[in-house]
Unconditional design. Structure first.
Length: 296
């Protein structure tokens, strides 16, 4: 499949080289550049995708689909500030496009400007045209701003669109954990999200943090234990597990084992490691001691 894609890319490039000098072919050339960008985007080559979307826009600045996909490539390349500018320019051409507005809110959040993200989403919500993913991103934004009840309401709106949507269920539990008394109404949801570990490590850690905040240590322990098996290359999950085993379960032996697992999975924050080791009353494996000593 990859070789077929590469052959098509080579063929398109040859056509583009032949067409560059022909002014009458400029609209078609812009479209070909755009198609190349889409191909690279689908293949995960975001740098090349960004380049070809930009080339398409150099020829046809009004090609809105190229602008939107350029912003997508920029976000995937962890360039949210550039994506914000691209999307703001696009909104000048298409100010009522809900998808573009939602993506702009997401880009603001990715850039760390949560207040602006909330402002954009609030305006969309007033129009009552928010998609499921838009409500979920809005919920994340509101959580970052500490507006927990509003985050819960936004997650609820997402779930109302699709009651079976797993991320909506996770976001509902996370928001409820920060809102007094609400979590008691979601016991079945808590059980479900703990048993079905989120695919994203970041969401898993956010969920665990929320459960700890709500003092649902039993659920958090189950989550971390299952997640340590799922996210096998992520030592942070196992480290959180070890922390909670010491603080909440007072299980020193299991905590030491979880800490060893964290180190074997690549956890290398010596300062945090050292702080936790001082709370252990059992023998610490040599690999952990060596890592701590190497950082001193």
């Amino acid at each position: 499949m990859v070789s077929i894609f590469r052959s098509r890319i080579c063929f398109l490039v040859l056509l583009l080289i032949a067409a560059v000098g022909c002014a009458s072919r400029q609209p078609e050339l812009a479209r070909d550049y755009y198609n190349l960008g889409v191909g690279y985007l689908d293949q995960g080559n975001y740098s090349q995708a960004r380049e070809y979307f930009a080339r398409a826009l150099d020829i046809d600045p009004g090609m809105t689909r190229a602008s939107y996909n350029l912003a997508r490539a920029q976000l995937l390349l962890d360039q949210p500030d550039q994506a914000v500018r691209t999307l703001q320019d696009l909104l000048q051409l298409d100010p009522d496009n809900t998808l573009v507005r939602e993506t702009l809110a997401y880009a603001h959040g990715a850039a760390g400007d949560w207040q602006e993200a909330a402002s954009v989403m609030s305006a969309i919500a007033e129009d009552q045209r928010v998609s499921l993913s838009g409500w979920l991103n809005y919920s994340v934004t509101l959580l970052e701003l500490g507006r927990y009840q509003a985050a819960y309401d936004a997650a609820g709106r997402a779930r109302a669109i699709d009651p079976e949507h797993t991320r909506a269920q996770v976001m509902l539990v996370i928001a409820a954990a920060y809102t007094p008394d609400l979590l008691d109404d979601h016991e079945n949801d808590v059980d479900a999200v703990v048993q079905r570990v989120p695919e994203s490590k970041a969401i898993t850690l956010r969920l665990g943090e929320a459960l700890e905040h709500a003092e649902r240590y039993d659920a958090a322990l189950l989550l971390y234990e299952a997640a340590a098996r799922t996210h096998t290359a992520e030592g942070e999950v196992s480290f959180r597990h070890a922390e909670l085993l010491i603080v909440a379960a007072e299980d020193q032996e299991r905590a030491a084992a979880a800490l060893s697992q964290a180190v074997s999975q690549g956890f290398a924050d010596v300062e945090r490691l050292q702080q936790l080791v001082t709370r252990l009353e059992v023998d610490v494996p040599e690999a952990i001691r060596d890592l701590i000593n190497s950082g001193e």
